[in-house]
Design a protein around this ligand. Structure first.
Ligand code: SME
Length: 155
């Protein structure tokens, strides 16, 4: 566990550097997706959804992993839409137990969705799919909520 904590702290340092770089926002989010997907074997799809201004809808942003048909997601639909509506992190260890779930790929077994807030308003979400069952710990949740606070500075 200690090793994982150290790894997460190193990722946070690298994410802060990407955030402070001179790249465009979407390039930064692409790099952060790639960093996480390439280095955490149970993060099999890593991407971002943005909140549509004035609409209760999310739209797909930068991501790493298989293409998804879910480019737009209304609030309340699927895990992403529910996280947007509830404004809280949703950690689903077994998606086969969920009725309100939008499948992207048969291979996906678990998902975590972490909202991104700017001045208490939802501006987007981090979405991670895993091909493993019950892969996410409270450490992942705490880590990704810190990533979300760093990324909020880009909005
Ligand atoms: N599974 C998500 C849809 C987005 S994909 O995972 C990329 C959901 O239920 O909201």
């Amino acid at each position: 566990m200690e090793n994982k904590k150290t790894a997460f702290n190193l990722f946070l340092e690298r994410i802060r550097k990407i955030k402070d770089s001179s790249l465009e926002r979407d390039e930064k989010l692409q790099d952060i997706s790639k960093l996480l997907k390439d280095n955490l074997p149970y993060y099999n799809w890593v991407g971002f959804y943005f909140a549509s201004p004035g609409k209760k809808e999310l739209f797909l942003g930068p991501f790493e992993g298989e293409a998804t048909e879910h480019r737009e997601i209304p609030f309340g639909k699927g895990i992403c839409g529910q996280a947007a509506e509830k404004k809280k992190t949703l950690l689903i260890q077994d998606v086969s137990q969920e009725r309100n779930y939008l499948s992207c790929s048969e291979a996906v077994k678990a998902e975590i969705v972490v909202p991104i807030f700017k001045n208490k308003k939802l501006v987007g979400e981090i979405d991670i799919d895993s091909h493993q069952l019950s892969p996410f710990s409270q450490e992942d949740k705490k880590f990704l909520e810190e990533v979300s606070r760093i990324i909020a500075e880009l909005f």
